[in-house]
Design a protein around this ligand. Structure first.
Ligand SMILES: Nc1nc2c(c(=O)[nH]1)N[C@H]1C(S)=C(S)[C@@H](COP(=O)(O)OP(=O)(O)OC[C@H]3O[C@@H](n4cnc5c(=O)[nH]c(N)nc54)[C@H](O)[C@@H]3O)O[C@H]1N2
Ligand SMILES: Nc1nc2c(c(=O)[nH]1)N[C@H]1C(S)=C(S)[C@@H](COP(=O)(O)OP(=O)(O)OC[C@H]3O[C@@H](n4cnc5c(=O)[nH]c(N)nc54)[C@H](O)[C@@H]3O)O[C@H]1N2
Ligand SMILES: [Mo]
Length: 762
């Protein structure tokens, strides 16, 4: 911990001068202010590039500046002037680099040359691309001869639709569906839960719904840090009278107050917009109970109102025409006791009724949610509970209403759309077979958790990573780092050095690629690429910057070269012509998904992009029952522990305002008032007293697990914080060492990173 660290509550709003200053400081440090601020004005513009940070929707028409504090940081991080050369790797062994922080590793700058790990010297050495591809092809072919299912093709959610389509095809031609994606650690609970309940794996809203919603309910999504551009939609919604309600164990500043940095009047007058009218500090894992309580109030009041001849509260016509399972759901809800609901939610009956009343009075409500819902043992059912709430008042498929899962990586949703999925039933396998003349694997592939288990038990021999920092993002670092190096082959395609790259199989490559903002010149000239945002709108992205090094290849080219070096020749798969002209990949995507990508190449040139058809958005239910289904959850809380042992705390792993996943931009978490350190444990004052811990005392955590493996983390500075009693907060990825690989959402296998049962070790 740095001696300069300090912790004190932040008094300012989200956005505002704090944000402006943070951007300026950051751009100056990356020397982007000198020659690149103009680049930021092209961010999220039709003639510019899609931001490499989050997947939030891009409005049309656009504002003069369509970037946020964290988007600006992400751009600067990619366009940094710093470079990592072979000289750097000659000076540092990999063992030494393992002692560096996540921050320090990425800080060295952009990777510039292909590298191979040399175990004898414990260093990365430069190789040429031809040799790298030939070796990878040889190794992958040898593994395929034993069993192609022993290779995994991971994707992190950034690569374009074009590259992702090629990558998914590579895996299937190779012989498996082992296509896990960062989505497996993220919104997979959404993909599973929404698909089962309403027949689509994605959200139902479009950005225009923000102009029409009467109420917006936020469950476990930290808009101020993780999708700050959405604050503009929220401010406008509040300005025209919409009500925002937030459920979050922490009082996240972006959900409380916002000053628009692009609004000169607000900036000059230091005025703020209050975001959430009501803010409820739900207990981690308590959202199922919250919604059960709200539903109970709604159903009861509805019965009372209708029998008194007053207007109904539920949308009975919608329920009758569009849903199934209401009877069982309502029976379950009415069987619950308020004392159980209060205990599991951590809220009072009165608070829940206040929320329910706002919901009942709003003609159209949007339900917005994030990792606070999906990353629990019952994450899928928590998602389905939100659907239940929406169905009660017909809040799907009408203007201003719907479900809004806020996706993470800028193309994570799109990667799933074009075939990166371990679930073959979600992919048009028959069409792929016909298009490319091969027999595709039909067996379910490995998810992220399956991959971790396979690496630990030695059934995975090769890992190909298209971006990301798999080893750092997954749970159980202790076990994973040990097992990782037993693999025969590891290949990482990346822009920057991270800790995951320091662990290599018997043969290990680190291949540097172009980022999305860098000009991608191929046989037919500069290419554009496409990505899909959180509202299923597809945008084009045009690069503006010169590549960080002449040795970089595009991700599409790297995928194609690995494919050519590995697979037998197939005249139906034109790898080279695809790389020469990405519009041909778009044609291929359209051929595989004719309904979703009709006229792809033409429509992508429209400034606003185009939205894929989402059946549930117009009340067409592609579910088994043909209706939108009410689902009764298995339990009233979503967590692994049942709450009976008061010494077991629920750990929430958090993102700071100064990080993008495992990429740590700095040590300031401004909104939470934490500066200069990430080694903190946020803990309720009453719990501190109960455990006899003083402010600033160093403490540790130990996981409650039943597999005989010890998982602990020490050196955390206890910090009294406004967090519900019985819960503690710490940063991701540092805390991942505490998460057992088997503690994941039941149906989606998303690691339960938001309620890890732990004990305090003073
Ligand atoms: N700047 C920046 N932007 C990002 C990212 C980043 O790291 N940095 N990551 C990107 C990615 S990949 C993703 S998936 C998204 C993630 O964005 P979010 O979905 O916002 O994810 P988190 O920040 O992990 O957690 C969200 C919130 O859940 C709350 N929470 C925890 N447990 C519970 C609970 O049980 N119930 C409720 N109601 N709330 C709970 C936490 O206090 C926190 O405020 O952001 C994307 N955008
Ligand atoms: N405890 C805990 N664990 C979590 C979470 C949590 O909330 N708590 N969140 C989970 C979530 S939501 C997610 S999405 C995962 C994130 O998991 P990942 O997506 O695997 O991890 P990132 O940190 O986003 O990956 C960062 C790396 O991506 C590489 N990179 C950046 N840009 C590019 C590019 O354009 N191309 C290529 N090829 N590489 C690039 C850089 O080398 C950088 O080091 O983590 C999950 N893990
Ligand atoms: Mo994510």
């Amino acid at each position: 911990m740095s001696s300069k660290s300090h912790i004190a509550p932040y008094k300012g709003p989200a956005g505002g001068w704090g944000s402006a200053k943070s951007v300026a400081k950051y751009l100056a440090s990356e020397s982007l202010l000198l020659d690149g601020p103009g680049i930021l004005l092209k961010q999220n513009k039709p003639d510019g590039f899609a931001c490499v940070s989050c997947a939030w929707a891009k409005p049309h028409p656009t504002h003069p500046a369509e970037f946020c504090e964290n988007g600006a940081k992400a751009t600067a991080w990619e366009l940094t002037k710093k470079r990592v050369t072979p000289k750097f790797f000659a000076e540092h062994t990999v063992s030494e680099l393992k002692t560096w922080s996540d921050y320090a590793l990425e800080e060295v700058g952009r990777l510039t040359t292909p590298l191979r790990y040399d175990a004898k010297t414990d260093k990365f050495v430069a190789v040429d691309w031809t040799e790298a591809f030939a070796t990878i092809g040889r190794e992958l072919s040898a593994i395929a001869e034993v069993d192609p299912k022993r290779t995994v093709f991971y994707a992190s959610g950034r690569a374009s639709l074009e590259t992702s389509y090629m990558y998914a095809l590579l895996a299937r031609l190779y012989g498996n569906n082992n296509l896990p994606d960062s989505s497996n650690m993220c919104h997979e609970s959404t993909s599973v839960g929404l698909k089962a309940s309403i027949g689509v794996p994605v959200g139902t809203v479009v950005i225009e719904d923000f102009d029409k919603a009467d109420a917006l309910f936020f469950f476990g999504q930290n808009v101020g840090s993780n999708s700050p551009r959405m604050l503009h939609q929220l401010k406008s919604a509040v300005d025209r009278g919409a009500t925002i309600v937030a459920f979050n164990p922490l009082r996240e500043r972006g959900l409380e107050r916002f000053t628009d940095p692009q609004n000169p009047v607000q900036m000059a007058t230091l005025s703020e917009t209050q975001i959430a009218r009501e803010y409820f500090q739900v207990r981690p894992g308590g959202d199922i109970a919250v919604v059960a309580g709200m539903s109970r109030w709604l159903i009861e009041r509805d019965a009372a109102a209708t029998s008194a001849g007053k207007p109904a509260i539920l949308d009975h016509a919608f329920i009758a025409e569009h849903t199934s399972g209401f009877g069982a759901f309502s029976e379950w809800v009415m069987s619950l006791s308020w004392s159980d609901i209060e205990r599991e939610s951590g809220l009072t009956q009165r608070q829940i009724e206040t929320a329910a009343r706002i919901y009942a009075e709003a003609p159209a409500t949007m339900l917005v949610y994030g990792m606070g819902i999906t990353q629990h043992k019952l994450g899928v059912q928590a998602v389905q509970m939100l659907v239940n709430l929406a169905l009660l008042r017909g809040n799907i498929g009408k203007p201003g209403a719907g479900l809004c899962p806020v996706r993470g990586h800028s193309n994570v949703q799109g990667q799933r759309t074009v075939g990166i999925s371990e679930k073959p039933e979600l992919v048009p396998i028959d069409r792929l077979e016909e298009q490319y003349g091969f027999t595709a694997p039909r067996e379910k592939g490995l998810s992220t958790i399956d991959t971790c288990e396979g690496i630990i038990d030695g059934t995975v021999d090769a890992f190909i990573g298209l971006g990301g920092n798999f080893l750092r993002a997954v749970p159980d670092h202790g076990q994973m780092e040990k097992a990782w190096t037993n693999m025969r082959l590891t290949v990482q395609v990346a822009t920057k050095l991270n800790r995951g790259h320091l662990f290599n199989g018997k043969t290990g490559f680190l291949l540097p690629c172009l980022g999305r903002i860098e000009k991608d010149r191929q046989a037919t000239g500069e290419q554009i690429v496409t990505v899909e945002d959180s509202t299923s709108v597809i945008h084009r992205s045009k690069a503006l910057s010169e590549p960080a090094s002449p040795d970089l290849l595009s991700e599409a080219k790297i995928v194609a070269e690995i494919a050519k070096a590995t697979l037998p020749y197939n005249p139906n798969v034109p790898w080279d012509s695809w790389v020469g002209d990405y519009s041909k990949v778009r044609d291929a995507i359209e051929a595989t998904y004719p309904d979703q990508f009709k006229d792809f190449n033409r429509r992508i040139m429209e400034p606003q992009g185009f939205r894929r058809p989402i059946a549930a958005s117009h009340r067409e239910w592609k579910t088994e029952s043909g209706k939108a289904d009410f689902v009764v959850p298995k339990a009233l809380h979503a967590s692994f522990d049942d709450g009976s042992d008061k010494d077991v705390l629920r750990l929430i792993t958090l993102r700071s305002n100064d990080q993008f996943n495992t990429t740590v931009y700095g040590y300031d978490d401004r909104f939470r008032g934490i500066h200069g350190t990430r080694e903190v444990l946020l803990i309720n004052k009453a719990d501190m007293e109960r455990f006899g811990i003083s402010e600033g005392q160093m403490v540790g955590l130990k996981t409650v697990a039943d597999d005989g493996i010890e998982r602990s983390l020490g050196g955390l500075r206890a910090t009294a914080y406004n967090i519900p009693p019985g819960s503690v907060g710490g940063y991701y990825p540092e805390c991942n060492v505490l998460i057992p690989v088997y503690q994941h959402a039941e149906e989606s296998k998303v690691p339960a990173a938001k309620s890890v049962p732990v004990r305090l070790v003073p």
